[in-house]
Ligand binder design. Sequence first.
Ligand code: PGA
Length: 250
Amino acid sequence: MRRKVIAGNWKMNMLPGDAIKYIEELSGLVKDTENEVIICVPYTDLFYCISYAQDTNIKIGAQNVHFEDKGAYTGEVSAEMLKSVGVEYVIIGHSERRQYFCETDEIVNKKIKAALKNGLKPIVCVGESLEQREAGQTENIIRSQTKNAFEGLTDDDLKSIIIAYEPIWAIGTGKTATSEDANNSIKAIRDEVSVLYGKEVSDNIIIQYGGSVKSGNAKELFNTSDIDGGLVGGASLVAEEFSKIVNYDK
Ligand code: PGA
């Protein structure tokens, strides 16, 4: 049985003071869950969140990483730097990075390799745009994004990876894919992983759904056959609301 993994993505929100209060509040609210709880925070909150999440069941992730080890890349942060402050997870290939920062599948692939090399666990995002969906290309797009992201990775690498299926049209829009639609897309991604790595790897890999997940729809989404939890943006900004998503099965 695959575990459920619920990850928050704060995006560019939360100053350290608010981040500390949030972690203190959330840790009490989710202490009894068997689900895995991750919060992906801005770089400037990492140190504080990691300190305050020690001795709790909350794990801390970053939202981006550079693919080079070091060097003249002003403003960038390497995987080794993230690891050095205690980061465990890192979101890679979020659609906002692909859209606003020109991240291609090739860059996503390089970032995954850099993260794995340094012992970070990537949360790899794939998902189609509204245009692609309307043109009937959803399955092709998510299969090819998955294949390209994992180019050159081994079965063993896949054990450290989480995939997040995030249809772009559902992110921050209040529009959620129906649980059936989301489950079907996730089945297609799982099948692609099976084609590339075989059934055992595909049966075990965690694939989340992301896009307007909230406490009101989490249960329906997470109770499907293939959705293994969620990557939650807006609804992760308030500890109480996020805790209800984590505790969807209570
Ligand atoms: P949302 O964002 O929950 O606000 O739609 C999800 C995401 O971008 O990861």
